[in-house]
Design a binder for this molecule. Structure first.
Ligand code: CP
Length: 355
């Protein structure tokens, strides 16, 4: 089903991803050429959940392209506070704006919102599910700094269960040739099964590790992540996990000189600050690459008629998704949309198995 909504980076072909990266690099080389590219256009940023980088880099991206921005970063200052549904909010905003960027704490919200939007809509994070423009940020960084997206040994470390950035990253990089993954986490915060299914389907080598010190020595890239406090059931559960993996100078001394360290940020304490000046620490530069990636994405969605995104056509299920974190639990009018995978019904919104 062809559309202009970026819900999951996995819906893009390799050619489309290459095109985005090429365009981001062109913008970096000559930003002045793009100063009026979006004159008269309006971006709405609807952030139902806190953000520094994603929200402000999208806003900056649109301003640097000559467009303007509207939106909220606290839904309680909008009519959401009066009980307005997602459907009504999106139906209205898409009459005002030319493109929408949305973040929401509930899984599947971006997909649900896209059903009611008349304009391109971008998923800026939906609960613990996906964060495609962070992955765009990561692959623009990899392409600029390593010169390739394939033949990489990638360590991902931290909260691999709740970290949506990790899920999107593995999904995308597992499609490139000869990438292998070291999944460094506690058993409690291991990657969800659906991510393992993707690695298996793409014939990717992967291994589990519970030691950052051991795993770090043979990596091309180490992707550190924060323990996602806001997704834990109790403070006690969070306390048990919060300081298990910390990258410090001693552990970094075991890594290769050409390894790069990425982190989607915000950082809490999983990377000690004395590493920030190490040339391998690229997480601040990564956030800047993200702005150029987002400029490229806005341009493709608004101006390139050939840049159509091919997402699975939904079918109606006889059952409601049972995932308590799925948007179908809070927005009751949503159709029971599903798709089929390996003979199973999967939720169209949150990608969890329905039956
Ligand atoms: N990486 C990221 O999504 O950061 P923010 O939460 O600050 O947007």
């Amino acid at each position: 089903m062809l559309n202009k909504n970026l819900i999951d980076l996995g819906d893009l072909s390799s050619a489309q991803i290459d095109k985005l990266i090429r365009r981001a690099k062109k913008i970096m080389q000559s930003p002045a050429d793009y100063r009026h590219a979006c004159d008269g256009k309006i971006l709405a940023t609807l952030f139902y959940e806190p953000s520094t980088r994603t929200q402000m880099s999208f806003q900056t991206a649109m301003l640097k392209l000559g467009g303007r921005t509207i939106g909220f970063d606290n839904p309680m200052n909008s009519s959401v506070a009066k009980g307005e549904s997602l459907k009504d909010t999106i139906s209205i905003i898409s009459l005002y704006a030319d493109i929408i960027a949305i973040r929401h704490p509930v899984e599947g919200t971006a997909m649900a919102a896209s059903l009611y939007s008349e304009v391109p809509l971008i998923n800026c994070g939906d609960g613990g599910h996906l964060h495609p423009t962070q992955t765009l940020t990561d692959i623009v960084t990899l392409s600029c700094e390593k010169g390739r997206l394939d033949n990489l040994k990638i360590g991902v470390c931290g909260d691999l269960l709740n970290g949506r950035t990790v899920h999107s990253l593995i999904k995308t990089l597992s499609k490139y040739e000869n990438n292998s993954f070291v999944l460094i986490s506690t058993p409690e915060l291991s990657v969800p099964l659906y991510v393992i299914d993707i690695l298996e389907k793409n014939n990717c080598k992967y291994e589990f590790s519970n030691s950052l010190a051991d795993a770090v020595s043979d990596l091309d890239m180490l992707y550190m992540t924060r323990i996602q406090r806001e997704r834990f059931k109790s403070e006690e559960d969070y306390e048990a996990q919060k300081n298990v993996f910390v990258l410090d100078k001693e552990k970094l001394s075991r890594a290769r000189e050409d390894m790069i360290i990425l982190h989607p940020l915000p950082r809490v304490n999983e990377i000690t600050v004395d590493i920030d000046d190490d040339p391998r620490a690229l997480y601040f530069k990564q956030a800047q690459y993200g702005m150029y990636g987002r400029m490229a994405l806005i341009l493709m969605l608004l101006q390139d008629d050939e840049f159509m995104i091919d997402s699975a056509k939904p079918e109606l299920s006889g059952h409601r998704c049972k995932n308590p974190r799925c948007v179908t639990q809070t927005e009751e009018y949503l159709p029971n949309y599903c798709y089929e995978k390996l003979g199973m019904e999967m939720c169209h919104y949150c990608d969890k198995r329905i039956d």
